[in-house]
Design a protein around this ligand. Structure first.
Ligand SMILES: N[C@@H](CCC(=O)N[C@@H](CS)C(=O)NCC(=O)O)C(=O)O
Length: 205
């Protein structure tokens, strides 16, 4: 049994999208979280050690951290073909993007969006914002998905960052085309309907 602990318009929205792609039966438990605007509160029903979302329980086993949940699900359900398995030539690229996303993309996007200009990218070890954007653009222009011809669990993560790219990046046709391609997927549309969010999945709270 799979249970996803979810809060609308949050980082669990991308896992909700992945659950819909996975096609396995799951229970969706909506929980409250502390929001950046001061609203919300930690929810006792949330099994996450920090009372955050997403949190996934599979047959009693708890997994947190979005990238870990992606890897866990795609390894546990290889039949869904949402992540290259060990031995696949794309496994290395898959693991790299799964780690690069929370380790570099999210911190640099957040820093840019917040206007944090004073940190030294060498000390922070995130690298340069422009180099990170270039790396994403190279993948998107080759497309149609981050791993090339193959849709994977990296794409819901990437979409969640690119949803609000307009606030920090100049308009770009490749980003627009990628967003439209991913958002047109029936699983994304089902996830939006379950997200309790009239505006769709927007920037994380
Ligand atoms: N690195 C975590 C981040 C999870 C996270 O910070 N989620 C936010 C929602 S977008 C949250 O639950 N915040 C509540 C809090 O900080 O108490 C992941 O990607 O899963």
């Amino acid at each position: 049994m799979l249970t996803l602990f979810h809060a609308p318009r949050s980082r669990s929205s991308r896992i909700l999208f992945l659950m819909e792609e996975l096609g396995e039966p799951y229970e969706l438990v909506r929980v409250d979280i502390r929001r950046a605007d001061g609203s919300g509160a930690a929810d006792d029903r949330d099994p996450h050690p920090d009372k955050k979302v997403p949190a996934l329980i599979h047959d009693g086993l708890l997994v947190t951290e979005s990238a870990a949940i992606c890897l866990y699900l795609t390894d546990a359900f290889p039949g869904a073909d949402l992540g290259p398995a060990v031995g696949d030539p794309l496994r290395g690229a898959y693991l790299t993007w799964l780690s690069y996303f929370p380790g570099v993309i999210e911190p640099l996007f957040t820093a840019k969006a917040m206007g944090w200009e004073t940190f030294n990218p060498r000390q922070a070890a995130w690298g340069e914002f422009d180099a990170m954007v270039q790396r994403i653009m190279t993948a998107l222009k080759a497309g149609p998905y981050v791993l090339g011809e193959r849709f994977s669990a990296v794409d819901p993560l990437m979409l969640s960052a690119l949803m609000f790219a307009d606030k920090i990046l100049p308009p770009d046709g490749a980003i627009d085309a990628y967003r439209q391609r991913i958002m047109a997927r029936p699983a994304f549309q089902r996830a939006i309907a379950k997200d309790d969010n009239a505006g769709g999945m927007q920037a994380p709270a």
